[in-house]
Design a protein around this ligand. Structure first.
Ligand code: PLP
Length: 386
């Protein structure tokens, strides 16, 4: 993957930067869209995972819609050429301005998360003489068995509408003339690697949708959200997620009603493995019982390790030396600016290129200018290599 021609191309670039393997991205998308077609499902790419223009182009060209969690994401999706009838908008705290952006854009659906939000969208839609399509984001109260900061489908989380609210939700729907219920939405968390979570989700969907069907609702959309996890430990061995199993589980456990469509919102699983944060070693410093490999890339470029204790696989692209242990750290003035503790790497020297793998999702998009550091540039394999 990191052949000599690529490394010599890296020589002329200022580090740190994000590198995207476009051929891996396209292979991943090809397999994903193959599965979509096989089952006739629809997908909206979760923009928040990575909103670089090249990535958005690839998603749109592959026929995916856009899953947005802010008004600016809705505006970006529209501006990037996503068809409005393939844009969905979720989030617990949509402001008036954001709701108006989405109403003006005539998006496919608002994934609504609360009764007061339904009332507000109804009022704003009335003011604009429109009817807003909505899907109710239900809280299925299932444990995604993932990091506590990225589990969203438990009753104690802030997301979604719980069964005890259904009666009131129905009353609000009946009197809200500017809302049209088109379906149900779920999203139980992120980085889910235990596929049985999706089976449980399908089972919950069948139970929960019955309440609405009994009321006479027409649920043409069942949106299962995103959350499919990637292999952070062995990204080179498992560059593409087992989409076939994931689709198969949904197909087997969620039989569709006549006229019903399944929608999905993949984020991480489509982009994580194609992205690499590339930095160089500034100094190798002796510590107490450990050596520090101090990089020119820091938590401002990739915050996942500091934010959720995420562990990204690390490669020394410049050395085939003896394996030694290092704490790999960044230059930012925070002790949490550390990418790995006591990790084995081929002997590290000043100037070596270090790759942090699986950083295509929730990497660059979360970067910031803390310490007044520059934002990392993006480079794409098809433009770096002949
Ligand atoms: C973040 C998010 C997604 C994408 O999640 P991944 O874990 O990246 O697949 C999908 N839907 C909603 C509503 C989200 O908030």
């Amino acid at each position: 993957m990191f052949q000599p021609a690529l490394l010599s191309a890296f020589e002329s670039l200022e580090t740190p930067f994000y590198y995207y393997d476009m051929s891996l991205l396209h292979k991943t998308l090809d397999l994903y869209t193959f599965c979509l077609k096989k089952y006739g499902y629809h997908a909206h790419y979760a923009l928040k995972a990575n909103a670089n223009d090249r990535i958005l182009d690839a998603m749109r060209t592959a026929g995916l819609g856009a899953d947005c969690v802010s008004g600016n994401e809705v505006a970006l999706a529209l501006q990037s050429g996503f068809s409005p009838d393939k844009i969905v908008f979720a989030g617990v705290g949509k402001s008036d301005k954001e709701i108006k952006t989405a109403l003006e854009g005539n998006i496919f659906s608002f994934n609504v998360e609360s009764i007061p939000e339904m009332e507000r969208i109804n009022e704003l839609a009335a003011g604009m003489g429109k009817v807003a399509n909505i899907s109710l984001r239900l809280n299925p109260d299932i444990d995604a068995h993932t990091h506590k900061y990225i589990t969203t489908g438990l009753a104690q989380n802030k997301f979604g509408i719980s069964p005890w609210m259904f009666g009131e939700v129905w009353e609000v729907l009946e009197r809200s003339k500017h809302l049209a219920l088109i379906g149900l939405h779920f999203h139980v968390g992120s980085q889910i690697t235990n596929m049985s979570v999706f089976k449980t989700l399908c089972e919950r969907v069948r139970v929960l949708q019955q309440w609405f069907l009994d009321k006479g609702a027409v649920l043409s959309v069942v949106n299962l959200g995103g959350g499919l996890g990637v292999d952070y430990q062995s990204p080179l061995e498992h560059p593409i997620v087992d989409f076939a199993s994931y689709f198969d589980i949904i197909h087997k456990n969620l039989p569709l009603l006549p006229g019903q469509e399944i929608h999905l919102e993949p984020g991480r699983a489509l982009v994580a493995q194609s992205g690499f944060l590339i930095g160089r070693v500034l100094y190798v410093k002796k510590g107490k019982g450990i050596k520090f490999a101090i990089l020119d890339a820091g938590m401002n470029d990739l915050i996942r390790p500091s934010l959720y204790g995420a562990q990204h696989h690390i490669l020394n692209l410049s050395s085939a030396g003896r394996m030694m242990r290092y704490d790999v750290v960044g230059p930012v003035c925070e002790s949490s600016d550390r990418f790995a503790k006591s990790v084995l790497l081929p002997q590290v020297s000043r100037g070596d290129f270090i790759a942090l793998c699986s950083t295509g999702a929730y990497g660059q998009v979360m970067s910031m200018r803390y310490n007044q550091r520059d934002l990392a540039e993006s480079y794409y394999s098809d433009r770096l290599l002949p």
